[in-house]
Design a protein around this ligand. Structure first.
Ligand code: NAG
Ligand code: NAG
Ligand code: NAG
Length: 269
């Protein structure tokens, strides 16, 4: 059964994980100590869960439609009525920026993003507390854009890719992952944005977290995907000015994306 297979591999970690070893980006890190602490907290939590699962004696149920998105009512509007979680993905990639010149009076301009998406739907439905720290863990592992190999020591399959189709049009392709499963396509535009919580983790070079977002899908979305949230962001923000920067540059980031699907129930009031 799929659920227990996932849990066993997730909980056993290294034992059944991919043959390639993770690339841990210590060399680029501003504060390796903090990164190691993050990772050690993360893996301690996994170990704790494994122990708890043994005590309970049965695998928890992994039903994505009942997963609880961390509530952020003060940050972003809630998902529309009638929608349910469809897929939850960890995104790991770069935010792109451009600079008209490299002076300290010029401000970097956002120019899209590219990320590999990993299927963490099951983890999110079973362990919501782990999901809030997963991006913080992921930022410390690099992703090979060509092979999309597993992220560090994690067992999550690739569910697809995220990039921009046109300025302002974020695109998520969840049909071409590492398994035969297809979770749909979602071209989106921004609906709401909120500054990441002050406690959000910074990127490897101290970069601040990019905002949390609510996106609405536009024409072309499949599998009834209607809304997409980018939350639990880590890193990705550009420096305040273009001083010393080249015309295009990228900043590492990680985030958790929640895809909501279904029929929106309109309020009759
Ligand atoms: C991948 O996502 C689907 C739903 O979007 C879910 O049913 C499945 O359990 C997920 N797989 C993992 C490994 O989380
Ligand atoms: C963003 O940067 C990456 C890496 O340099 C590049 O592959 C990608 O095409 C860029 N995307 C956009 C929208 O500029
Ligand atoms: C955001 O989405 C809501 C619900 O779909 C819609 O009513 C509102 O007009 C949207 N706002 C913007 C700025 O897109």
């Amino acid at each position: 059964m799929r659920v227990s297979t996932f849990l066993i591999s997730a909980l056993a970690m290294g034992a059944t994980a991919a043959p390639k070893y993770p690339e841990f980006d210590l060399k680029h890190m501003k504060e390796p100590g903090a990164a190691i602490e993050t990772l050690s907290n993360y893996f301690n939590m996994i170990a704790y869960k494994a122990k708890a699962a043994k005590v309970i004696g049965r695998p928890p149920i992994c039903d994505v439609s009942t997963a609880q998105m961390p509530s952020s009512p003060e940050l972003l509007p809630p998902p529309s009525q009638g929608l349910k979680p469809h897929h939850i993905a960890l995104g790991r990639g770069t935010q792109n920026y451009t600079c008209a010149d490299s002076s300290d009076s010029t401000v970097p301009v956002a120019a899209g993003a590219v990320a590999t998406l990993f299927n963490i739907s099951c983890l999110a439905s079973v362990s919501p507390d782990l999901v809030t720290t997963v991006a913080n863990m992921a930022i410390h592992f690099s992703v090979d854009e060509v092979t999309h190999r597993p992220l560090g020591p994690t067992p999550w399959p690739v569910s697809g890719v995220h990039y921009f189709r046109a300025p302002g049009v974020a695109f998520f392709n969840l049909d071409e992952g590492s398994t035969a499963d297809k979770y749909g396509e979602a071209p989106c535009m921004k609906n709401a944005s909120a500054v990441a919580p002050a406690a959000a983790a910074v990127g490897p070079k101290g970069e601040k977290a990019v905002p949390w977002l609510k996106l609405n899908t536009i024409e072309g979305a499949t599998q009834d995907i209607k809304e997409v949230y980018r939350i639990d962001t880590v890193g990705g923000s550009a420096p305040a000015t273009c001083k010393g920067l080249s015309k295009t540059f990228t900043v590492e980031y990680a985030a958790v994306y929640w895809f909501w699907s279904g029929e929106i129930v309109e309020d009759d009031e």
